[in-house]
Design a binder for this molecule. Structure first.
Ligand code: NDP
Length: 380
């Protein structure tokens, strides 16, 4: 029904060698979307935020739902799915009552459900905006996966709709909640090795060799927001921005297609160079054809890097003067959702608001325009 045809064996062997298996979209491991068991939670806090997951695919199944079970300030209260066959197992695993189960057609009824305060959208990328608008209009806080939308105009419409409905909008940039990444973000402010001259941000994996071209998964289809840039490329782009602590002013991008039957209308590999106003550059790459997981800053008096930088765990930092850091976080998504739930509870801004997603999309629009035109683009 939702086609995703990959060789799990092939993928995992390649990725294990590259040390990036944990960074794959869960669905790309060829897994089925059956709920997974995680440890029972502690007693639920009185002010815990009830969350409905929208789209019960790989990420919702293997990361978000288990994360909600581990979170202290939010819990899984409902599900929204287009696959009725998934419902019984989810209800059983997470104790979800019939009243909190929705399809995409009757999703707007969620407005009348006080048990659900926030919805978490984890569908193909083209559905993020329409579902976010419906959730906001239903008066629910919106948590949405990256990329938040297909382009900056769509992203801005989501920001506006959430503002008009007085609900929060948080984007699922889990790494910005993660301690090693936050250390790099602090280094962008403190510049311990002097000015940052050059950044490398590379995120990708080799996959999809076994896909039937007549039955492609949504990640290979342009109408769903497929292609490496929308998927892994967003990590590299967001990392270049948080590592520099600046907004890029220009971009030059070039795409490569190595398997043309498979990648038609979507990018397989994208190289993009971001220019910053102070002269720094970020050389970035993303790919569905090559394993990559590196973030590095070269500075006036040394360097530092995180590798891997975008896996679900095991992030490891090194510096030119021999420091090593690898702060553990028990579950990235639980941390992210707890942060976002606390922002709702305390009426404070979310750590990664919709505006941050729009900033990425503005650059993303320029990357696609540059790749199409074959020339450098100023970012407006
Ligand atoms: P999957 O393909 O595994 O799941 C997507 C789910 O969306 C489906 O299972 C389905 O759920 C629902 N859906 C609704 N309409 C469609 C459709 N037309 N085609 C396919 N599925 C549909 O994707 P992922 O879970 O891997 O990714 C979902 C989102 O999460 C993406 O935006 C992705 O970028 C993001 N993501 C983020 C990660 C992160 O680390 N932050 C990691 C992985 C993904 P149902 O059957 O219940 O309707």
């Amino acid at each position: 029904m939702h086609p995703l045809r990959l060789s799990r064996r092939h993928l995992l062997s390649t990725l294990a060698a590259a040390g990036i298996g944990a960074a794959l979209p869960a669905g790309a491991k060829g897994t089925t979307a059956a709920p997974v068991s995680t440890p029972a939670p502690g007693p639920r806090r009185k002010d815990s935020i009830g969350v409905a997951l929208v789209g019960l695919g790989g990420y919702a199944t293997h990361q978000l739902a288990p994360g909600l079970r581990l979170a202290a300030h939010c819990h899984l209260a409902g599900i929204v799915t287009g696959s009725p066959e998934k419902i019984p197992a989810w209800q059983q695993e997470y104790g979800i009552p019939d009243a909190n189960v929705y399809g995409y057609d009757d999703f707007d009824r969620i407005a009348d459900n006080p048990a659900i305060q926030a919805v978490y959208i984890a569908t193909p990328n083209d559905l993020h905006k329409p579902l976010a608008l419906r959730a906001a209009n239903a008066g629910k806080h919106v948590w949405c996966e990256k990329p938040m939308a297909m382009d900056a105009a769509e992203g801005q419409a989501m920001v506006d709709a959430c503002r008009a409905n007085r609900v929060q909008l948080a984007i699922g940039y889990r790494l910005q909640h993660e301690p090693n990444t936050r250390r790099l973000m602090a280094m962008a402010r403190e510049l311990p090795y002097g000015r940052i001259l050059r950044i490398r941000a590379e995120a990708g994996f080799h996959a999809y060799d076994d896909v039937d071209p007549a039955n492609k998964p949504w990640r290979l289809l342009p109408q769903h927001g497929g292609g490496a840039m929308y998927d892994m490329g967003v990590y590299a782009l967001n990392a270049a921005r948080y590592t520099s602590g600046q907004e890029p002013v220009a971009v030059s991008a070039r795409q490569e297609i190595w398997r043309p039957g498979l990648f038609d209308g979507v990018d397989e590999t994208m190289h993009f160079t971001l220019e910053f106003a102070d002269g720094a550059v970020a050389e970035c790459a993303t790919s569905f054809g090559r394993n990559m997981n590196l973030l590095r800053a070269d500075c006036e008096r040394g360097w530092y890097e995180l590798s891997p930088f975008q896996s679900y765990d095991g992030l490891k930092g090194r510096t030119s003067d021999g420091q090593v850091f690898a702060d553990a976080v028990p579950h990235q998504q639980a941390r992210q959702m707890d942060d976002d739930a606390l922002a709702i509870i305390n009426s404070t801004a979310p750590l990664v608001p919709g505006e941050e997603g729009v900033r990425d999309l503005r650059v993303l629009d320029a990357i696609f325009a540059s790749a199409r035109a074959g020339s450098r683009r100023i970012i407006l």
